[in-house]
Ligand binder design. Structure first.
Ligand code: ADP
Ligand code: MG
Length: 625
């Protein structure tokens, strides 16, 4: 006798429910999406006990007549597609026709609906798959669906529900995604009679983000950078959080495709790449990315909850997003404004100290300093003699030449300018850095304080120099290999067999870097030539660390990524250190290079190089205003 039987329809629905209806939040998502597909402009979601007791979604959409209402809860019933051709360009959020049937197979459902133009409403009740009769009811235009006691006949599933708070968290997240994608809808979320969100249909995107944001609304708006692009039918709108409001998880990266929240590896990768070097390790940007493209250019029918899609031209999508975001980030002043006590800055994130907590300490110290030494005239306090490590740069009469080379260089900074002719060599006047007088000083042999138009900056000398060298290295290595010089006496070192392998496998990279190694014995190698740009770094130390990096088993970096890591390391080793006293011209050189750097606000590891203080903040602090 055969063992195989055909499952009855309710079993089929329950199995489908296992895929689509994971928890109360999935019900909220499916019902809200149905309301949006029905053209609703107003949706009210009411929850009791984290969704265990009740999930109710009421809309003012097109509604259903009695016949449709009875049919909507049957499996594979939909009004959104008719033929297989329709699958090629789905413009609605739903199309699989299984959400209502799945939900009705695992809970008690009551649905009331009135279609436009109908005199009265109809109502139907379904209890875990057993359907009652359609009966007349009184209700406004639109649809209300109430789900009670989810999974009550499935103790195993019900057991997996978490506390009301946790389930409510998931519901709020689904609500947030839909609310972000639909800022012109009037949306309300209520839990146990308490209103959690009431969002107006007049919201613009910024306002909506501020209302739903985990960061208090005073902080997020001024920390979002907006950019837009439209190329070959691909429209991108991005609101990108500045690095200063980065988070410890990717949770605050919202990607929407034609109004649908999606997750996508390609797009996440593009976002990460766009922020490369602007964030510290293990920090993730806040990003709201809205993509519009023809429905025919991707497939949503690849995942039961439709949270993943397949792009037909994923490379194009990736490169457009990366280009759009990166260009905007690099063109934006990302310097961190100082947070003085009592002035309104960004509130600290809830996830512990913000990336700038070190800078906060400096800001506090500076505020303290200024309190103690209250200036009679702010300007004059800077006018020490150069002996005291403070000078004023007076603008020279000459203009900045087109291909300026910066002021004469001195030892500590040679790494950045070795093969560039100095101004002395080209006999050009020391170029003017700013049109007005600029004053600066080095403090604690580690930081440089510079007067700016509207206040002053404090620069971390190591972080800034690291960024400058890094950019220089990137530029040069893109053109050709790095220039190197032979060591007078080759430096030898011992190498493990796997280290030797790593070197052999990366011969091309070594060549590009201008590092020449020769075997010197069975387990010994010698460095014969080393890049000129890294003359500040110790060759032996550098090569050892390079071997460690290349030999790291845990990473599988592509060529470009690996090169980037190597250049990062090189820049760090070649840069001036904290605690190193600089001469006036070294500081001048650094400031000059800063002006010409592509992205001087962050070191290559994403730490800030500069904190900005504004006179207006100081004046507030000193109660001058
Ligand atoms: P799908 O959304 O994939 O079509 P569902 O099971 O979610 O499948 O819904 C089945 C059908 O019921 C929909 O195609 C739609 O015609 C109708 N429907 C569901 N919810 C609503 C609603 N809130 N307003 C009007 N019609 C609805
Ligand atoms: Mg649906």
């Amino acid at each position: 006798m055969g063992q195989i039987v055909v499952l009855d329809q309710n079993m089929v629905n329950m199995i489908a429910a296992g895929e689509v209806i994971e928890r109360p939040a999935s019900v909220v998502k499916e019902l809200m999406e149905n309301s949006i597909d029905a053209g609703a402009t107003k949706i009210m979601v009411s929850i009791e006990d984290g969704g265990r007791k009740l999930i109710s979604v009421a809309d003012n959409g097109c509604g259903m007549d009695g016949e449709d209402l009875a049919r909507a809860f049957e499996p594979h019933t939909t009004s959104k597609i008719k033929t297989s051709k329709d699958l090629l360009g789905i413009s609605t959020l739903g199309f699989r026709g299984e959400a209502l049937a799945s939900i009705a197979s695992v809970a008690q459902v009551k649905a009331t609906s009135r279609a436009k133009g109908q005199d009265g409403a109809n109502c139907i009740e379904i209890d875990c798959g057993s359907k009652g009769e359609i009966s007349p009811a009184s209700a406004d235009y639109g649809t209300t669906i109430q789900i009670r006691d989810i999974f009550y006949k499935l103790p195993a599933r019900r057991k997996f529900l978490r506390t009301a708070n946790t389930e409510m968290g998931h519901i709020a997240e689904q609500f947030t995604r839909i609310a972000l994608a639909n800022n012109s809808l009037d949306l309300t979320l209520i839990h146990n009679g308490r209103e959690l969100y009431r969002l107006s249909d007049k919201d613009n995107l910024h306002r909506r983000i501020a209302e739903l944001s985990p960061i208090p609304s005073s902080g997020i708006s001024e920390n979002l950078i907006e950019t837009e692009s439209n190329e070959k039918g691909l429209h991108i709108l991005a609101l990108m959080g500045k690095p200063s409001i980065s988070r410890t998880s990717k949770k605050f990266q919202y990607i929407f495709l034609n109004g649908r929240f999606i997750r996508d590896k390609f797009i996440s990768h593009a976002i990460n790449e766009a922020y490369r070097g602007l964030l510290e390790p293990n920090r993730f940007p806040i990003v709201f990315l809205f993509i519009r493209m023809p429905y025919e250019d991707y497939d949503v029918n690849v995942h039961p909850t439709k949270s993943e899609v397949r792009f037909y031209n994923a490379n194009f999508v990736h490169s457009q997003i990366l280009g759009c975001l990166r260009e905007k980030l690099l063109g934006t002043d990302l310097h961190i404004p100082a947070k003085l006590p009592g002035t309104t800055g960004l509130p600290q994130s809830r996830e512990g100290p913000a990336p700038g907590h070190r800078s906060q300490a400096i800001a506090d110290a500076m505020a303290e300093f200024f309190k103690k030494h209250r200036p009679v005239q702010t300007q004059e306090q800077f006018s020490y003699k150069s002996k005291q490590h403070l000078v004023a740069l007076h603008p020279p009469t000459g203009q900045i030449p087109e291909n300026h080379t910066g002021p004469a260089t001195t030892s500590a900074l040679r790494a950045t300018t070795d093969s560039a002719p100095t101004s002395a060599e080209t006999s050009q006047p020391v170029p003017k850095i700013r049109s007005e007088e600029r004053k600066f000083m080095q403090i604690h042999d580690s930081y440089i304080v510079v007067q700016t138009d509207d206040g002053f900056d404090i620069i971390d000398q190591h972080a800034l120099h690291e960024r400058i060298i890094y950019e220089d290295l990137c530029r040069r290595i893109q053109k050709s290999k790095l220039e190197s010089q032979k060591l007078l006496i080759p430096e030898s070192f011992e190498v493990t067999p796997s280290g030797a392998d790593a070197l052999k496998n990366n011969a091309e990279l070594l060549e590009k870097l201008g590092i020449e190694l020769v075997p010197f014995g069975p387990k010994t190698m010698a460095i014969q030539a080393f890049p000129t740009l890294l003359s500040k770094a110790d060759p032996l130390d550098f090569v050892q660390d390079l071997i460690d990096l290349l030999d790291r088993k845990d990473v599988n970096l592509d060529g470009e990524r690996l090169l980037d890591e190597v250049l990062n390391m090189a820049a760090c080793k070649a840069a001036i250190k904290a605690g190193q006293r600089l001469t006036m011209s070294e500081i001048e050189q650094l400031l000059w290079d800063k002006e010409n750097a592509e992205s001087a606000s962050r070191c290559p590891h994403g730490r800030p190089t500069t904190i900005k203080f504004s006179i207006s903040d100081l004046e507030k602090q000193f109660k001058r205003t």
